[in-house]
Design a protein around this ligand. Structure first.
Ligand code: 9YT
Length: 131
């Protein structure tokens, strides 16, 4: 059994931010934990807009605080995201997330992230082979 607390991950290599500082993500579970998914507690900072495209992963995101707007860049549809809203990128959709306030998100990725991924210029996380 694994017990881990997000606040204990502050300042460790399980706490990750992109160069633009748009968000901070504490990785509760990573590939090295031997699960088939990774689990992250992510805060998206107020006033930021982030373009993402998880070409190689599926991701479910559950908002547990704050509010913002999500645009599906495949369809142009815009969704309001508030506490209690989940979105799932089940078809590797390119998307834009704009935070009106700080947003707290619980994110699940499959396959699991290793923790080394950084968004490239297209907002893609590479698939890192670990075997
Ligand atoms: C909501 C979202 O996808 N934010 C980007 C960061 C990602 N959750 C991560 O790497 O933890």
């Amino acid at each position: 059994m694994i017990i881990r607390r997000q606040y204990a991950l502050a300042g460790t290599d399980r706490e990750v931010s992109p160069e633009n500082g748009n968000w901070v993500s504490r990785r509760l579970l990573l590939h090295s934990d031997g699960m088939d998914f990774s689990l992250h507690d992510t805060v998206i900072h107020a006033g930021t807009t982030t373009f993402m495209w998880y070409k190689h992963h599926v991701e479910a995101v559950y908002c547990v605080g704050g509010e913002g707007e999500l645009e599906d860049l495949e369809t142009g549809e815009v969704h309001q995201i508030t506490d209690g809203t989940m979105y799932a990128l089940n078809s590797n959709e390119r998307h834009r997330l704009s935070a009106r306030t700080d947003m707290r998100m619980v994110c699940v990725f499959s396959p699991p992230l290793t923790g080394q991924e950084v968004h490239d210029e297209e907002g893609v996380y590479p698939l890192i082979h670990t075997t």
